[in-house]
Design a protein around this ligand. Structure first.
Ligand code: CTP
Ligand code: MN
Ligand code: MN
Length: 512
């Protein structure tokens, strides 16, 4: 392949030529390259955008495949794709062109000057039968996207999210559709978020997500916009949207959901201060607590605080049932370092079931002045009932949603240290923490544990998988095989995965 010349006299000559051939509004700074950007599979708009961007940065970019072109930049094209296209262009020997992937140009744009084209940037013919073009010396497929399952329960999703830039954007869009009660689009974005979280690489070009499930046209166009501009105009618009902003504030109050937010918004409220100022508003007991402890509750729970709450819960439970299992579930079991609450599953292998435990624990905490709010929900479980068909159905366990007073001195950590002693002696020395306690019979423990560990998207897909792939019904209580007409017993989460024919996914890999 002809290497472009770089001697000074050549450069000068080229510069003079450039001035003649491609009159441009931008000064050409890098004469050693004459670029041509391939429109095929890229589209006119993106091509025009990239041409303009590269010219602005001082690159010489030709609109036509002229004789002076040295480098061809392509996106979503393999080497053979480009060669095939070149064959139809009547340009003679096409080996004189250096064929580069868009990732090269993207890197150049980032640093504002040409970067060395190395293996990973070069489009070369594969040496094997791989369906993918050989990527430089690594000889790896661009990405193993063909293997990404449509089911979150068949993917391993750790907290190491390489695509947070994209998932953050989609979280905002999903929330906006949730606020507008457009469940379909909301779910579409949630699925996209979930699948993006499992990718072991950062998306830098559209080709990276070829074959990844749940990425529809809408999602793709936003990803493309973020790749190109670093941000999405739709997300920006949502962040400025009055309804979105108000709903975000309203739903941050414990006990306020979409219905209440809608009502307040229609009544003309836009901020929490406006809501608080209206003394005629009827608030539920839950909402009153929500306002009272709002500041604490919106500042997330740290892992150290969750561990401190665990000790308090365990001590209280064991005071009544010394053999009881107390398990931290929810996000913290998945390895999260922060959460919006702390979730626990409680079960007693001795008694099997004890309806008095939660009421007793509540009484104890009331006496100890640790209880700021509680709502005890009695069990509605019937043994004969089949698992719920709905993927988002509530379970039937006895449970308690509460707000606990966590004294700073109970938190064993330097990181979440208490605020410095203030001058007044009534300084608050505790933090209000949301806690969920779930009591389950020991026979259902594995199902309850799997159900309460989450993530929500992981749970949804477990149920969807059971229904559509296995003709089984799964919920937080049981797994029912519709073909054999039997309930499948499980002593551990592993048993449940085995029943479903799934590889075991560890809790920290369920952050879908
Ligand atoms: N869950 C459930 N039934 C409910 C509430 C929750 O089965 N009524 C399950 C959900 O699958 C969820 C898990 O319990 O994944 C924990 O719920 P939640 O505390 O809301 O979410 P986390 O994943 O713990 O996230 P966060 O850190 O925000 O608390
Ligand atoms: Mn939680
Ligand atoms: Mn919870």
């Amino acid at each position: 392949m002809d290497k472009p010349s770089t001697t000074i006299s050549d450069l000068k000559k080229k510069r003079r030529m450039n001035a003649l051939i491609s009159p441009t509004l931008h000064e050409i700074k890098f004469n050693e390259f004459v670029l041509f950007i391939l429109e095929k599979k890229m589209g006119t708009t993106r091509r025009a955008f990239l041409m303009e961007l590269a010219r602005r940065k001082g690159f010489r970019v030709e609109s036509e495949l002229s004789d002076s072109v040295t480098h061809i930049v392509a996106e979503n094209n393999s080497c053979s794709d480009v060669l095939e296209w070149l064959a139809g262009q009547n340009v003679g020997d096409s080996s004189r062109f250096e064929l580069l992937d868009i990732s090269w140009l993207t890197e150049c744009m980032k640093v504002g000057k040409p970067v060395e084209a190395i293996g990973k940037h070069q489009l070369v013919m594969p040496r094997n039968n791989s369906p993918y073009p050989t990527v430089g010396s690594q000889n790896t497929p661009p990405l193993a996207t063909k293997e990404v399952s449509q089911y979150a329960c068949k993917r391993r999703t750790t907290l190491n999210n390489c695509n947070q830039k994209f998932t953050d954007a989609f979280e905002i869009l999903a929330k906006n559709f949730e606020f507008r009660e457009n469940e379909g689009i909301c779910l579409a974005f949630m699925r996209a978020i979930s699948v993006l979280k499992c990718l072991p690489f950062t998306i830098v070009r559209m080709r990276d997500i070829e074959g990844v499930p749940w990425l529809g046209e809408q999602v793709k166009s936003i990803i493309e916009e973020i790749i190109e501009d670093g941000e999405s105009s739709r997300v920006k618009a949502v962040l400025n949207d009055e309804r979105y902003k108000s709903f975000l504030l309203f739903t941050s109050i414990f006990g306020v959901g979409l219905k209440t937010s809608e009502k307040w918004y229609r009544q003309g409220f836009r901020t929490l201060d406006e809501v608080k100022a209206d003394k005629s508003l009827k608030l539920t007991k839950m909402q009153k607590a929500g306002f009272l402890y709002h500041e604490d509750l919106v500042s997330c729970v740290a892992k150290e605080e969750a561990d401190a709450v665990y000790l308090i819960v365990k001590e209280a439970v064991r005071a009544f049932l010394p053999e009881a299992l107390v398990t931290l579930t929810g996000g913290f079991r998945r390895g999260k370092k922060i959460g919006h609450d702390v979730d626990f599953l409680i079960s007693d292998p001795e008694s099997g079931e004890d309806e008095q435990l939660l009421p007793n624990v509540i009484k104890l905490w009331e006496k100890q002045e640790l209880l700021l709010y509680y709502d005890l929900v009695e069990s509605t479980f019937e043994k004969t009932k089949l698992p719920s068909r709905k993927v988002d159905a509530m379970d039937h366990f006895q449970k308690c949603f509460l707000i606990l007073k966590l004294h700073h001195q109970k938190v064993d950590s330097n990181r979440s240290k208490p605020p410095p002693e203030s001058k007044t002696h009534e300084a608050k020395n505790w933090k209000a923490i949301r806690v969920d306690l779930v009591m389950c019979p020991i026979q259902q423990y594995a199902y309850a544990l799997l159900g309460w560990t989450g993530s929500r998207q992981f749970e949804r897909d477990l149920r969807r998988y059971a229904t559509h792939e296995k003709k089984m019904m799964l919920d937080n209580h049981a797994l029912y095989d519709k073909t054999k007409k039997i309930f499948l017993k499980a002593e551990s989460e592993e048993d449940i995965f085995t029943h479903l024919g799934l590889d075991y996914i560890e809790p920290w890999e369920r952050n879908a």
